[in-house]
Design a protein around this ligand. Structure first.
Ligand SMILES: [Zn+2]
Length: 164
């Protein structure tokens, strides 16, 4: 009988190349990033602000056209601790990635948390964006290196629970 425990994993290189063509809402968001702004769109019916905007409210099914600038700081709603290495992420393990409800937005935004030990990240923690130098800005999320704690008091769960 063969020893079935001998091979426990294999490495299979996989590559995918694609071109992303942003729609009008994504273009405005990316151009906002190039200018150091986080731009969302407000639904004309439910008044929710989506960041990044997708051009329509998934709840109401109507187009969103009102541009709204939101803050580059917010509240951690949920988070995960990453312990698995990745070739294209040069971070010390473990690290934390979080859903951040930016001030002025109604849906959270996914980003890395740094400048804080991974085991101190918590729901309700206030964080702010750390931007790259302005000379390096382009129409990309990479303008923001990560988010870090602001030191403000935590936000009570009741104030963000409807945004999870
Ligand atoms: Zn809506």
């Amino acid at each position: 009988m063969a020893d079935e425990s001998a091979i426990q994993s294999i490495v299979t290189p996989v590559r995918m190349e694609y071109t992303f063509t942003p729609g009008a809402a994504s273009q405005r968001f990316l151009l906002g990033l190039a200018a150091g702004k986080l731009m969302g769109q407000r639904c004309p019916e439910c008044r929710k602000v989506y960041v990044p905007p997708r051009g329509a409210c998934p709840r109401c099914g109507v187009a969103t056209r009102d541009e709204v600038e939101v803050a580059d700081r917010g509240t951690v709603t949920t988070f995960c601790i990453v312990r698995v290495p990745s070739e294209n992420i040069d971070l010390e393990l473990p690290y934390t990635a979080a859903q951040i409800l930016l001030d002025g937005a109604d849906i959270p935004f996914f980003a890395l948390i740094q400048e804080c030990p991974w085991d101190q990240v918590r729901m309700g923690m206030r964080v702010e964006a750390v931007w790259r130098p302005e000379a390096e800005w382009g129409p990309t999320f990479e303008n923001i290196r990560h988010f870090r704690p602001t030191g403000e008091p935590d936000v009570p769960f009741e104030r963000f629970q409807q945004h999870l």
